[in-house]
Design a protein around this ligand. Sequence first.
Ligand code: SMG
Ligand code: MG
Length: 368
Amino acid sequence: MRVRRVTMREIQMSLVTRFETSFGSISERHIVLLEAEVDGTTGWGEVVAGETPFYSPETIRTAWHILRDFIWPALKGKEFGSASDVWCLLARIRGHNMAKAGLEAAVWDAEARCKGLPLWKLIGGAREEIPCGVSIGIKPTRDELAGAVQRALSAGYQRIKIKIKPGWDVEPVRRLREQFPRIRLMVDANSAYRMQDWPLLKQLEAFYLMMIEQPLGWDDLYGHAELQRKLETPICLDECIHTEEQALAAIELGACRILNIKLGRVGGYRVARRIHDLCEQRGIPVWCGGMLESGIGRAHNIGLSTLPNFSLPGDVSASRRYWDEDIIEPEVEVTPQGTIRVPTGPGIGFAPRLERIEQLTVRKEILE
Ligand code: SMG
Ligand code: MG
């Protein structure tokens, strides 16, 4: 295989509703899409970096720069056997996992299309339907939060995750537990707490949460290990895990009992699968995280979620939760049972709507 050409596009899309986390609030997304021509086939990938370096150090602009000035030169003209080799060709470039993952994913899509296989089968997926959860942002009031949770439950979602931050934690969770005593509920702090806040996090244990996601610093494995020893509730790591080695360290240290895997954060399918396998061997369940993706990234998340150890509902939800109109055909839909049926067509199994993508494009560059 050889990547002949890559078209980078930055598209701009408005979210249906503003999404607020402990690190900020967003209503407009800028997303980098990659269209890779691999031999005679086209594959699509999405760079999940945000507009700001508040979730991770990467942003859409750093990704653009690294893709154009380092990733493309490292790949250009290179012959390789499978998409799984892309990671090795990029090994000299440290970090920038989201930029790498976007291109790697596009090559996987192309390889699967070329072989006439669904991508999820090519990566070893084993599920025809995936369980879905939702992530609900911080709301102005507890009533609005309860309303959002009720709507998500009515739509069928199997588990509810709410975002928390200091000042928006114990009381909103208490309120939800009063109204919804039996739902599968979890919280995500996006690194908003410090070790000394542990008594407050301990109070959350009264509400039998499925897990607490990333309470402490984005690079603080040691702190999470110390915190996990104080808590009965499983800690799930997100921001902390960028490599297979970090996943191993987290497991060995006892820093988490569950892992959120995101393709972008770990640099693509190759590493995501290795982390998945490691967790499976160690009895750590995993689930697929979300980055407010467009349909392209969402389609890849569906594929990844078919691997056997993705046993918990992920943040993989319907297109319409985020967009009035998505950029793929058909849109991603969630069944009343809170699942997504995995597509059976080749590659990611959804068709990019080129005309709409062109309309939304604010920047474009062709690498060849
Ligand atoms: O795509 O449904 C989605 C969003 C899921 O909460 C979500 N993602 O920390 O897990 C997380 C956040 C990161 C993105 S917040 C802009
Ligand atoms: Mg998270």
